[in-house]
Design a protein around this ligand. Structure first.
Ligand code: ADP
Length: 596
């Protein structure tokens, strides 16, 4: 969707895109309802005047019926149409949900990777993705209600002007300060909302830890429930207080303003009393006018200010949504890996220096290394040394760096995203646990075959190599068993079993360079070391890159790179590095006890 400069038009066009006919129906219903008070003034004044004439025996009772009938029709219309429109609103909201969710999911998936890691944009994303359909629909409804109220005011003012002109003019004058306060209040409330995003993020995270499945065992064992609960309350209270204080301050301003206005409005209308004595206006008109003007000023105090306030908040939300939808995209983010994977001869990092966007510290500085086809490599270094960052650059997640990355002697930027994605097959440290069947958990590693429903053979191979048969035999629906707890009959696996599945997924992926980025970090050093040994065997003849901070796991590699201070500090096989008596040998000796 193309954004216009005016956020108001953006809300309308978003909502119109979901269902034109229903949206027009809602809009016209609001406009008609907006005219009802003016018709009411006419009907009620007619009714009172004819009733008075009937009492004075000037007219027959039959003359009351038309006015009475019109009052009933007006009341009936506003009640019934309100109910019908309620269902139209639900339908529009549902359609909006579908349209917006797919738009937001797509945008989220296409975003440049840096936005997903930067705190400013993650806050923006959080604000935009929380119930966008309700935000937009409520804003649209508020806009309709605003027009409806403006129409009410205008039509009543026209009628009042035609009876007692100065009362009409004063009514217009009263609206202006209320409108200004409401606008300011909307802005202040929005800013308060931005301020609380950070607290919201914290308490949403804490409630996930307090109620989520992932932390259930630790929650039980460590008994941190009370501590986190009080932290949750703390953050929730801070957010609530900021919002409450802002809302209260502006609410008080609006309320006191509107109270003064209603008193003035009442006094002004009473100045029309002499005109009744003079017979210039009828008693019916006077009563209908006074009660309507009073009700209208009250309504303005209650509704007008809240409406403008909410619309302002809603328009700020749309501007956030616009900012989110305008965030730069990575053209390759949604692309599938090429079905014909890129073959690997050589990868070279030449004097690569890199710092994360909006940071000053170089994570990699003059970083150089070479990876050749068919060999097994290991990258070791303490946590935070830059090992994962190197993989992020190699997979094209960050494109802005100094120096060169060459793949088969060609610059990385010359490859299409599909080609780049087809090069590496990775098991990440924070690998995903897909809550679907076991076979889909593995098949998803090769999306091209999965789509072509042609994954059977590779799947079986991966299962065999990772020795997953034993596990599959114990599952109620074998490899068709749902994993995780979303489904009633789903089976949850142990951490180690999930890890094996993540590695089977990597195996199933045809990428020439197999990367294990510490997916085993949660395992004990000996188990990890055994798994890496097995990995060595499984991928004999292939190019592998093991990343770990535990040296026992990586000593079988043909070449080990020791990363320190953003550079390759040492390079060689285990023996060579031990003989060097440098960082590697020191680290290895300090970790030796883990493996004894
Ligand atoms: P390793 O994999 O060796 O443990 P990483 O490559 O994950 O280390 O991180 C290297 C350094 O970069 C760390 O100091 C880490 O805090 C920092 N870092 C990682 N990701 C980001 C990011 N998105 N923004 C800023 N700094 C980051």
């Amino acid at each position: 969707m193309k954004f216009k400069k005016n956020q108001f038009l953006n809300v309308v066009s978003f909502v119109l895109n979901s269902s034109k006919s229903l949206v027009f129906a809602v809009f016209f219903q609001k406009l008609i309802v907006g005219l009802i008070p003016a018709f009411m003034v006419i009907s009620i004044s007619k009714f009172i005047d004819t009733v008075l004439s009937v009492f004075n025996n000037k007219l027959d009772i039959k003359n009351v019926y038309p006015a009475l009938f019109s009052i009933i029709v007006l009341l009936f219309f506003s009640l019934l149409s309100e109910k019908i429109i309620y269902f139209a609103n639900i339908k529009i909201t549902n359609k909006l949900r579908i349209n917006l969710s797919s738009l937001i999911f797509k945008k989220y998936a296409s975003l440049e990777y840096k936005h997903l890691e930067a705190p400013e944009t993650t806050d923006l994303i959080l604000r935009c993705t929380m119930a966008p359909e309700t935000n937009l629909m409520t804003t649209f409804e508020n806009i309709c209600n605003f027009f409806s109220l403006v129409l009410t005011v205008l039509s009543v003012v026209v009628i009042v002007l035609s009876y007692v002109w100065w009362v009409g003019i004063l009514l217009i004058v009263f609206c202006i300060p209320l409108f200004r306060i409401a606008l300011k209040s909307g802005k202040a409330n929005y800013q308060a909302n931005v301020e609380v995003t950070n607290y919201n993020k914290k308490y949403l995270y804490l409630s996930e830890v307090l109620t989520g499945r992932n932390s259930v065992e630790e929650r039980y064992l460590f008994g941190f429930e009370e501590l986190l609960n009080s932290k949750w309350k703390d953050n929730f209270e801070k957010a609530r207080k900021i919002l409450f204080i802002t809302e209260f301050k502006w609410f008080a301003k609006m309320k006191s303003g509107s109270l003064i206005m209603s008193v003035i409005a009442l006094i002004t209308t009473l100045t029309a009393l002499p005109a009744v004595y003079d017979g210039k206006i009828s008693i019916g008109i006077f009563i209908a006018m006074v009660s309507t003007v009073y009700a209208l000023v009250n309504r303005m105090a209650l509704e007008f200010t809240t409406l403008v306030d909410n619309i302002t908040k809603g328009l700020y939300y749309t501007s956030d949504l616009q900012e989110f939808l305008n965030l730069s995209e990575d053209e390759g983010a949604m692309v599938k890996p090429s079905a014909k994977p890129l073959q690997l001869e050589k990868i070279e990092f030449k004097d690569v220096s890199f710092k994360y966007p909006n940071t000053d510290k170089y994570v990699l500085k003059n970083f150089s290394l070479t990876i050749e086809n068919g060999k097994h490599y290991a990258i070791v270094g303490i946590n935070g040394a830059g090992k994962t960052t190197m993989v992020k650059l190699l997979t094209g997640l960050y494109k802005e760096f100094e120096g060169q990355i060459l793949i088969n002697q060609k610059n990385i930027s010359e490859y299409t995203p599909a080609e780049l994605k087809s090069l590496c097959s990775i098991a990440y440290q924070d690998f995903s646990r897909y809550e679907t069947t076991l076979n889909k958990n593995i098949a998803i590693g090769n999306i091209n075959k999965m789509i072509a429903e042609n994954a059977e053979e590779d799947f079986n191979k991966a299962v065999e190599l990772l020795e997953l048969n034993e596990l599959i035999d114990t599952l109620p629906q074998k490899s068709d068993t749902h994993l995780g707890k979303i489904k009633k009959d789903g089976v949850d696996l142990s951490g180690g079993q999930w890890q094996k599945i993540a590695i089977a997924r990597l195996f199933n992926n045809p990428g020439a360079l197999k990367i294990l980025d510490e997916p085993t970090a949660a395992l004990d050093p000996i188990t990890e070391s055994k798994l890496y040994e097995k990995f060595e065997k499984v991928f004999k003849g292939k190019t592998t890159l093991f990343i770990s901070h535990r040296l026992g796991s990586t000593k079988l590699a043909n070449v080990i790179f020791v990363i320190n201070d953003g550079k390759v500090q040492e390079k060689g096989n285990h023996e060579e590095l031990m003989n060097l008596n440098g960082t590697y040998s020191l680290l290895y000796k300090s970790q030796r006890s883990w493996y004894d």
